[in-house]
Design a binder for this molecule. Structure first.
Ligand SMILES: NC(=O)c1ccc[n+]([C@@H]2O[C@H](COP(=O)([O-])OP(=O)(O)OC[C@H]3O[C@@H](n4cnc5c(N)ncnc54)[C@H](O)[C@@H]3O)[C@@H](O)[C@H]2O)c1
Length: 347
């Protein structure tokens, strides 16, 4: 049997290699780099194919495909969201993704994306807050202390200059885990017994809880003027975190309106409620925060372009680090029409 041609091999970044790569570069450096990578793609937003993600819902969760292309490179992510998984010792969110060459359709990269999603979500949140949060914000309430939480805390530290995080989770064990993991990063960490306590003195509020229902993590009376809300956990039909009245008082910024209107906090509002696309703020085409008393809300659901940027970043890093394996993934016979012959010759 002859060895596969070099076209057969696709670089594959396993969980093991993703962890090596992130620790080699440094977690905060990766978050800063990813925010820059995502910002660069948001600034060329019109160049991308865009579609709301394709979702398959069940009673307990959702499985989604998130495709996009800039005409040269195509990418997609497979991701699930199953809030009940945690009780079985499983992750709420897992993911993997692929980049491919548009010219041939051949894959360029296959990668784990559970860790990469946590990193890119946090980098996107902090990137948005750089544009929208009140000037000089240094304290962030972090409600929901599960898998995504530490990534959010470190992204806001590295990208926005947040110096103190105030943690709250309905499960105190999650808060203990998060506080312990954040030790040694130079962040002030305060563990709180209630969501109200977590909000004390916070100029930024991140909600990153998981529950498949219309939850009310924040009620209207909890949110004072001038804060920035980074709403991460409301990302599915029937799964929100904020009371509707907060939305009615906020200037709302979103990734891709056709997807966010289905999945985000704004599913609670009329279909024509005004929202601003974040990329337009970044491109100078729409205003961001306009006054110090305004409540700004980044209604984050996660969009395919963020995953595309993150995968491209990882592919670029492989050239220097080699943290990947070569997968024999594409059947590529020497004579492209002799796929059957290739199979017979393997006997
Ligand atoms: N917007 C995005 O791009 C994006 C990306 C990834 C994940 N998410 C979403 O972020 C959320 C968190 O993901 P995760 O992987 O950290 O999940 P996780 O299950 O690991 O953690 C969620 C935490 O929320 C806590 N929680 C649940 N209800 C709460 C409440 N009422 N008050 C306070 N805490 C509460 C749970 O105890 C748990 O510790 C999920 O809803 C997920 O779908 C969004």
């Amino acid at each position: 049997m002859t060895a596969p041609s070099h076209h057969a091999y696709v670089p594959f970044v396993s969980v093991h290699n993703m962890m090596r790569l992130v620790l080699h570069v440094g977690i905060e450096r990766v978050l800063v780099d990813l925010a820059a990578e995502i910002a660069a793609d948001f600034l060329r937003w019109p160049a991308f194919d865009k579609t709301p993600r394709v979702a398959s819902h069940s009673d307990v969760g959702v499985i989604e495909l998130m495709p996009t292309s800039d005409g040269q490179t195509y990418g997609f992510k497979y991701v699930n969201g199953h809030p009940s998984n945690m009780k079985q010792g499983l992750q709420t969110v897992t993911a993997f993704g692929l980049l491919a060459d548009v010219a041939t359709g051949y894959p360029l990269l296959l990668s784990e994306m559970t860790i990469l999603t946590a990193l890119r979500t946090a980098a996107t949140s902090a990137m948005a807050a750089k544009w929208l949060a009140p000037a000089g914000a240094t304290t962030m309430a972090l409600i929901g202390n599960g898998a995504q939480a530490e990534f959010q805390a470190l992204a806001f530290k590295a990208i926005c200059g947040v110096a103190q995080v105030r943690l709250y989770d309905i499960d105190p064990a999650a808060t203990r885990k998060c506080a312990a993991n954040l030790r040694g990063y130079g962040l002030g960490v305060v563990s709180c017994a209630t969501a109200e306590e977590a909000l004390l003195g916070a100029q930024i509020i991140t909600t990153v809880t998981a529950d498949k229902q219309y939850a009310t993590i924040l009620t209207d009376n909890m949110v004072g003027p001038g804060v920035h809300i980074n709403g991460v956990g409301g990302d599915c039909p029937g799964k929100t975190e904020l009371h509707r009245d907060i939305l009615l008082r906020s200037a709302i910024f979103v990734e891709y309106p056709p997807q966010t209107r289905i999945e985000g906090e704004i599913q609670q509002l009329d279909a024509d409620h005004p929202v601003t696309e974040l990329w337009q703020v970044m491109a100078g085409q729409a205003p961001g925060r306009t006054d110090a008393r305004q409540i700004t809300l980044f209604d984050s659901v996660g969009f395919a372009i963020e995953d595309f940027s993150a995968l491209r970043y990882v592919l670029g890093k492989l050239r220097d680090t080699g943290f990947c394996e070569q997968l024999d993934m594409i059947a590529d016979p020497d004579d492209p029409r002799d796929l059957f012959g290739m199979l017979l010759r393997a006997a």
